[in-house]
Design a protein around this ligand. Structure first.
Ligand code: NAD
Length: 369
C-alpha cells in the first residue's frame, strides 16, 4: 500500500515561494521513485500573512501545521514589514510563534562541506577536509525564556543620580528539558559516526553542572555505545575552527547553541547551502538557515539547495526515508561536482554557461535523482 505523508508548505516572503517550489519538485520525484504520496497544504506565515490577515501567524496556519506530518518553511521577513512600533505585527513573530506552538525544543543544524565548494570557506582546505557535523541546540529553555526584568534602584546608580537602571535575565534548566535534548543528540549520533560532544560551562554555571550530570546519566543508562565527551563552550568556539572535522554531534543549551551554530555555519562559507530541522513532540519543521533574501526576490536567481537539503532532513527525521534522503544528498553533490552554480556560490572560474537560476538548479537536482 502506498504510504501518504501530509506536508504543510509555508513559502513565507521574499525568495520563499521560488525556492519552496523547487523543493516540491524534488519531493514529487522521490514520491514517484519510492511509491510514496506527498500531499501538500499551503498556508501563510510572516509578512504574507500580515498582509492577508493582519497577523504573522494566523490560526488556520497553526491548524494546517498541526494536521500535517511535517512542515516545510522557506523564510519570512523583508523591509516592507520592518517597524520599530511595538504595536505593529512583525514577520518574525510568525517564526517564533510557530516554533513555540509546535513545542519544537530541538534545533538540528548540519554543517557539511560539499567537496566542490571547499574553496568558498575562509579556512584552509586541509582544515575543512571531511567536515560533517551537526549542532543540536536546545530551543525552548535557558536564557531566552527565563524570568527577566529591568528596574531602578540605588545599586544600579550611574552618574545620573541616586537611582539607576538595573536588569537581569535568568538561566534555568529543568531535568526533563536536558534529558530529552540529550536523547535527541544520542539518537542522532547513532545514525551518524556515533560521537557526541556535550558543550557547557560547568566550571562556572550551576545549570551547566546539572546539564553535564544529566547528559552522562542518560548516556550511561541508554546509550553506552555512543562516545561522549564534555567540552567547555569557550574551548569549543576555538576547536570548531581549529579541528572542525573531529566533531560529529555537538549538543548544547539554547544560547551557546545560537552562537556556535552560526560559527559552525560560517565554516562552509555558503549560507545558501545550509538546512535546519526543529523537532519536538509533535509535527517537526524544516527550513533553510538563510533568510528571505529580499534583495534578490522575484529575479529567479536564488539558490534553492538549502531548501532542498531541508527536504533531505525531513525525509530522514520525519518519514524515516533514509535511502531517499541519501539520494537527495548525492544528487546535490553530483550537480555541484559537475560545476553547476547559482550566483551566490559561483567562483571567478565558474564558466558563464554553468551559472544557473533557481528553476534550472531544481531541475538539475531532479534529473540526478
Ligand atoms: P538573508 O539570509 O535573507 O540574506 C543575506 C544575504 O545572503 C543576502 O545578500 C541574500 O541575497 C543572500 N542569500 C540568502 N539566501 C540566499 C539564497 N538562497 N540564494 C542566494 N542568495 C541568498 O539575511 P538578511 O538579509 O539579514 O535578512 C533578510 C530578511 O530575512 C530579513 O527580514 C530577516 O529578518 C529575514 N530572516 C528570516 C529568517 C527566517 O525566516 N528563518 C532568517 C534570517 C533572516
Amino acid at each position: 500500500m502506498t504510504a501518504t505523508y501530509k506536508i504543510c508548505l509555508l513559502p513565507g516572503d521574499g525568495i520563499g515561494p521560488e525556492i519552496i517550489a523547487e523543493a516540491v519538485k524534488v519531493l514529487d520525484a522521490l514520491g514517484a521513485k519510492y511509491d510514496v504520496a506527498f500531499e501538500y497544504t499551503e498556508a501563510l506565515l510572516g509578512g504574507a500573512a500580515i498582509d492577508a490577515t493582519g497577523t504573522a501567524l494566523p490560526q488556520e496556519t497553526l491548524e494546517a501545521a498541526n494536521a500535517s506530518d511535517a512542515v516545510l518553511l522557506a523564510a519570512v521577513g523583508g523591509p516592507k514589514w520592518d517597524t520599530t512600533d511595538p504595536e505593529k505585527p512583525r514577520p518574525e513573530q510568525g517564526l517564533l510563534g510557530i516554533r513555540k506552538a509546535l513545542g519544537l525544543y530541538t534545533n538540528l543544524r548540519p554543517v557539511k562541506i560539499f567537496n566542490a565548494l571547499a574553496g568558498a570557506s575562509t579556512l584552509k582546505p586541509e582544515v575543512i577536509d571531511g567536515v560533517d557535523l551537526v549542532i543540536v541546540r536546545e530551543l525552548t529553555g535557558g536564557l531566552y525564556f527565563g524570568r527577566r526584568e529591568r528596574f531602578y534602584d540605588e545599586e544600579g546608580a550611574g552618574a545620573n543620580g541616586a537611582r539607576g537602571q538595573r536588569a537581569y535575565d535568568t538561566l534555568e534548566y529543568r531535568e526533563y528539558e536536558i534529558e530529552r535534548i540529550a536523547r535527541q543528540a544520542f539518537e542522532a549520533a547513532r545514525t551518524r559516526r556515533g560521537k557526541v560532544t556535550s558543550v557547557d560551562k560547568a566550571n562556572v554555571l550551576e545549570t551547566s553542572r546539572l546539564w553535564r550530570e544529566i547528559v552522562h546519566r542518560v548516556h550511561d543508562a541508554d546509550y553506552p555505545d555512543v562516545e561522549l565527551e564534555d567540552l567547555l563552550v569557550d574551548n569549543t568556539a576555538m576547536q570548531l575552527i581549529n579541528r572542525p572535522a573531529d566533531f560529529d554531534v555537538v549538543v548544547t543549551e539554547n544560547m551557546f547553541g545560537d552562537i556556535l551554530s552560526d560559527e559552525a555555519a560560517q565554516i562552509t562559507g555558503s549560507l545558501g547551502m545550509l538546512a535546519s530541522a526543529s523537532l519536538g513532540d509533535g509535527t517537526a519543521l524544516y527550513e533553510p538557515s538563510h533568510g528571505s533574501a529580499p534583495d534578490i526576490a522575484g529575479q529567479g536567481v536564488a539558490n534553492p539547495l538549502a531548501q532542498i537539503l531541508s527536504v533531505e532532513m525531513m525525509l530522514r527525521y520525519s518519514f524515516g526515508m533514509n535511502e531517499a534522503a541519501d539520494d537527495v544528498n548525492r544528487a546535490v553533490a553530483a550537480v555541484l561536482d559537475e560545476g553547476w552554480r547559482t550566483g551566490d556560490i559561483k567562483s571567478p572560474d565558474t564558466p558563464d554557461d554553468h551559472v544557473v537560476g533557481t528553476v534550472k538548479m531544481g531541475d538539475l537536482v531532479v534529473e540526478r535523482l
